[in-house]
Ligand binder design. Structure first.
Ligand SMILES: [Zn+2]
Length: 317
């Protein structure tokens, strides 16, 4: 069997075909252009899927689609996606199954990353896994007892908007003090810009950003070179994230927390602060047990989507 994993972002739709062990055998990226509407969106995905149906003739295929936002996995409907032109109540799985004849699942993109973390990154070694997606925003997905956990309405695992600072920094969701308002890429850049105004001219950050805008990547580079401002921003990021994750560990007692997404690439600069936040808790057992790791795979979302499609196709027979 071959799984087709689709990671539908605001700018690009990334598609891959993977074997049952998660080995990527085909990759494709197409512009999303969500302003063209949902019909054009599903048709574009179907065109690639149909090409791969021809290419892998004789193989059984299934499709998994991850999108940012509020999804109804049971009905295969996007309830609301801020990244896809604020679409509301858009059916995705149905039209794709109709056009291709293939089994299709739709999930929030962080849920797909959680399945990728459990099934591919950790090879099903741990039954209880929390995945944290660290990009522009912060998302989360949960696998509990080896099953993707949806909660009552499909929204479980939205850890980015757990409050860590009452009346704290403004978050993209409109609330204040969320984990994302400290650990999302935009929030890290916001703190870096404020710090840059106060930074002495000799700071590496000033030089690195002389002709370009500050980014997480530049901030990681400055931290690599020992810049005290950059190191402090990463430490703060880990501290806020660690505070929120510690609360979640007390509720869920996971075996592993897998950090993924672009910001997680700077993990060596913020992981010690997460470990420190955990060590400050008086209840120790869940924190001694849990493994916090950064994913080795950069596209856990689309690999997870491919593997979840296969899992779902098998169990829905
Ligand atoms: Zn928020």
């Amino acid at each position: 069997m071959i799984g087709i994993g689709v990671d539908a972002g605001g700018t690009f739709i990334k598609l891959l075909a993977a074997t049952e062990s998660g080995e990527t055998i085909e990759l494709k990226q197409i512009p999303t252009l969500s302003q063209d509407g949902p019909k054009a969106f599903t048709e574009k995905i179907c065109a690639v899927v149909k090409d791969w149906q021809k290419q892998f003739k004789g193989e059984k295929l299934a499709v998994g689609i991850g999108v940012a936002g509020d999804t109804d996995p049971q009905k295969g409907v996007i309830r609301y996606s801020p990244n896809l032109s604020k679409w509301r109540n858009v059916a995705v799985s149905g039209p794709i199954t109709e056009a291709t004849g293939l089994h299709c699942v739709l999930e929030n993109d962080a849920n797909m990353a959680a399945w990728g973390a459990y099934d591919y990154e950790l090879k099903r070694k741990y039954p209880n896994v929390l995945a944290v997606t660290m990009g522009t925003g912060v998302g989360g997905g949960l696998v509990i007892n080896g099953v993707l956990y949806h909660g009552a309405t499909g929204c479980a695992g939205e850890i980015g908007h757990v409050n860590v600072v009452p009346q704290g920094e403004l978050c993209h969701c409109g609330d204040r003090g969320c984990i994302e308002a400290y650990a999302g890429h935009y929030a890290i850049v916001r703190r870096a810009e404020q710090a840059l105004m106060r930074a002495p001219e000799k700071s590496i950050l000033k030089k690195l950003t002389a002709n370009t805008q500050i980014s997480g990547e530049l901030l990681a580079q400055a931290a690599d070179e020992g810049d005290p401002i950059a190191l402090e921003i990463w430490r703060e990021t880990g501290s806020y994230l660690g505070r929120g994750l510690a609360d979640i560990c007390l509720v869920l007692n996971p075996d592993a927390i897998v950090l993924t997404g672009g910001v997680s690439m700077a993990h060596k600069h913020f992981m010690p602060a997460i470990v420190e936040a955990f060590s400050l808790r008086q209840i120790t057992t869940p924190f001694k047990h849990v493994k916090v790791v950064a994913a080795h795979t950069s596209n856990l979302g689309s690999i997870g989507a491919a593997l979840l499609a296969l899992e779902s196709a098998k169990t829905s027979k």
